[in-house]
Design a binder for this molecule. Structure first.
Ligand code: ATP
Length: 290
């Protein structure tokens, strides 16, 4: 196999809690991660020359070692002493710096692609272990489906599939820095934490409404204060039929879960008309693991 084309799926956080701060400065989290059917396209081709060549449709993304796909290819080349090179064409559709793990998912796709193209025979666990070196979200992006992420996000426990439903996604035109959001998060004894266990229990019971009712993201306490537009988008989604709407990751993207296509169509139009979000997409739960 000399070339391969892969989908790199985005993720949403059905719940995101921060439980503490480690001595090394990283935050301890408990998050329910869910793959969705919004994806970047990663095309890879073997080359005789040893170089890693990256091209992308987004002019402002780096194509050198600062791009996560480059880092993933380099990691595999170094680790398994691969002499040939690779040409990677990255077509981005997942919004960038949005809390949807776009870069991490692209990197995961490259790990999977290199494994197949160069017949390395690596098991998924090994790819997840390698992925952890590139970023805390990469192991989940290798695995996909529904999972509980703990530790700094790298300790994964697979969960049963989330009930399927249409999802509305909106990214307002504001820029948030993941690092700053975590730094500004204030936790004390009276902090109200999201009920992650109830989300998991409702996933087990295949109760979509129950999952939606408990969806919460503790990082909204930081971002909503800074960017009230996040609250406005949530409110608009809910007043247009969403079972619930929350921010994904460190934001600023907001997603809403819906019960049927008719409702989501109306909400999509209302959101577009409101001008609150630059990018609006409809998507759905993606449950297949690799
Ligand atoms: P997360 O949900 O893990 O916080 P994110 O959605 O906030 O991820 P990404 O879209 O993955 O963020 O990218 C954040 C930054 O990483 C961008 O500003 C970009 O410069 C850099 N980057 C490197 N490689 C990529 C890539 N393949 N796709 C997108 N961004 C990339």
């Amino acid at each position: 196999m000399d070339e391969i084309s892969l989908k790199a799926l985005a993720k949403i956080n059905l719940g995101l809690d921060v439980t503490g701060l480690r001595e090394d400065g990283y935050h301890e989290v408990r998050m329910v991660m869910q793959s969705i059917h919004l994806y970047d396209r990663v095309e890879m081709k073997k080359t005789k020359s040893p170089h890693i060549h990256v091209e992308t449709n987004l002019y402002y993304l780096p194509v050198d070692e600062n791009n996560l796909v480059y880092q993933a290819a380099k990691l595999m080349k170094d680790e398994f002493k691969i002499k040939e090179g690779v040409r990677i064409t990255l077509r981005k559709f997942i919004p960038v710096a949005a809390g949807m793990a776009g870069g991490s998912s692209d990197a995961a796709a490259v790990l999977v692609g290199m494994n197949r193209m160069f017949n390395l025979g690596l098991k998924q666990n090994k790819l997840m272990e390698l992925g952890q070196r590139l970023g805390a979200d990469v192991p989940f992006c290798v695995m996909r489906g529904t999972a509980l992420a703990e530790g700094i996000g790298e300790k994964l426990t697979a969960l049963p599939p989330m009930p399927r439903c249409p999802i509305l996604i909106a990214k307002p035109a504001v820029v948030v820095s993941t690092k700053q959001v975590y730094e500004q998060l204030k936790l004390n004894d009276s902090t109200k934490h999201p009920d992650i266990d109830s989300i998991i229990e409702n996933i087990r019971q295949k109760n979509l409404r129950g999952v939606a009712e408990h969806m919460e993201n503790i990082l909204e306490t930081v971002t909503v204060r800074q960017y009230p537009v996040i609250r406005e988008i949530k409110a608009l989604m809910k007043s247009n039929g969403a079972l619930n709407a929350v921010m994904s990751g460190s934001g600023p993207t907001v997603f809403g879960l819906y019960q049927n296509e008719k409702e989501i169509r109306g909400a999509y139009d209302a959101l577009k008309q409101s001008g609150l979000a630059k990018n609006v997409y409809t998507s759905e739960i993606h449950n297949n693991r690799r």
